[in-house]
Design a protein around this ligand. Structure first.
Ligand code: UFG
Length: 320
């Protein structure tokens, strides 16, 4: 028996596959390689190249492999870009998730761990969000992640599907040098691309109401995020009731300015970031309480910001 990891060739999914392997749980990967990389999937892991919107491919996969449960990460993941691509975002994240749930129901599969996002909160009015902080997504991406959570809940009511949704905060770092964040839109990869190309990294806005004027985020290490999926899968396999949603946040925030300083320290490259105007839609601060996830699925922030920067840089350099 194995767990299916949709999006398992992506940066986070590839770490989930490695975490399951470390826990002696077999996986099968489904990915359409739109943003994932075939080489991120370790040798020996069955790989199916298909979209979650492809019902025929899903039915075939569930017929071909004996699957215990699903970790569902596949989807369109760029919050800012989703504003100009709402239909693509809804197709991948809502239609795709509905098709996956339908195929699971047809195959008699009843466990799922869903990849959700801090984006469901939009700009929170509290310093530290908990799972009961009201949701208020500000982008099609955030909307579709919230709808995904609702699909889990509704399918749970309708069919007894055992589910939980993990709201990731800012996922960074690398658990091993063979996988790195290839996103063209996020802070860490953009800083590294600039440094590798001999350009100066940019800060989008230094006039926010934060201690150093730059945005504050809750950075979490991708290997810790991946381990939480193992905890969730194990709980579902044991029949333990889980909350419908968990924040995977550390409770502490780091500014973009502090990340830049840490990058300079870790890389030994001295630079004064270029200050650019605010990026539209950025909340000044978003930090989450992860205590519920610690209690129920063994979530823990085991890494410092410095080790997140160092591991991310090491993996990026390995692919230079
Ligand atoms: N930033 C810069 N310079 C850059 C890139 C980013 O200053 O070159 C800043 C952004 O303005 C923001 C911070 O760095 O203040 C973090 O930006 P990211 O794009 O890395 O991350 P976000 O906080 O915007 O987005 C993350 C996830 C999304 C999720 C969102 C929810 O990447 O998937 O959190 O809040 F939707």
């Amino acid at each position: 028996m194995a767990w299916l990891v949709t999006g398992g060739a992506g940066y986070i999914g590839a770490h989930v596959v490695r975490a399951f392997a470390s826990a002696d749980i077999d996986t099968v990967v489904l990915d359409n390689l739109s943003s994932g990389h075939r080489e991120f999937v370790p040798d020996g892991i069955p790989f199916v190249e298909a979209s979650i919107t492809d019902s025929v491919a899903l039915a075939r996969l569930f017929a071909d492999y004996s699957i215990d449960g699903v970790v569902h990460l596949a989807g369109y993941k760029y919050a800012g870009e989703s504003v100009s691509l709402p239909l693509v975002t809804y197709d991948q994240n809502v239609t795709g998730t509905a098709r996956l749930l339908e195929a699971m129901a047809n195959a008699g599969l009843s466990r799922i761990v869903f990849s959700s996002s801090a984006a469901v909160y939009g700009t929170p009015s509290v310093d530290v969000v908990t799972e009961s902080t009201p949701t208020s997504p500000q982008s099609p991406y955030g909307e579709t992640k919230l709808i995904g959570e609702w699909l889990m809940r509704d399918q749970g009511v309708a069919t007894g599907l055992a589910h939980t949704s993990l709201r990731y905060f800012n996922v960074v770092g690398s658990g091993s040098d063979d996988v790195y964040d290839t996103s063209p839109h996020n802070l860490f990869p953009l800083i590294f691309e600039a440094l590798v190309d001999g350009r100066t990294p940019k800060i989008f806005g230094n006039d926010y109401p934060t201690p150093d004027g730059t945005c504050v985020r809750d950075y979490v290490h991708v290997a810790d995020i991946a381990d939480a999926h193992v905890g969730a899968a194990r709980a579902l396999m044991a029949g333990t009731a889980l909350e419908p949603v968990y924040n995977l946040g550390s409770g502490s925030g780091t500014s973009v300015g502090a990340i830049m300083s840490s990058v300079a320290d870790v890389t030994g490259i001295r630079f004064d970031p270029e200050i650019h105007p605010r990026r539209p839609g950025d909340p000044s601060r978003i930090v989450a309480d992860g205590q519920a996830a610690s209690r129920d699925i063994g979530w823990a922030q085991r890494h410092t910001v410095e080790s997140m920067v160092a591991s991310a840089w090491s993996a990026r350099q390995a692919h230079a």
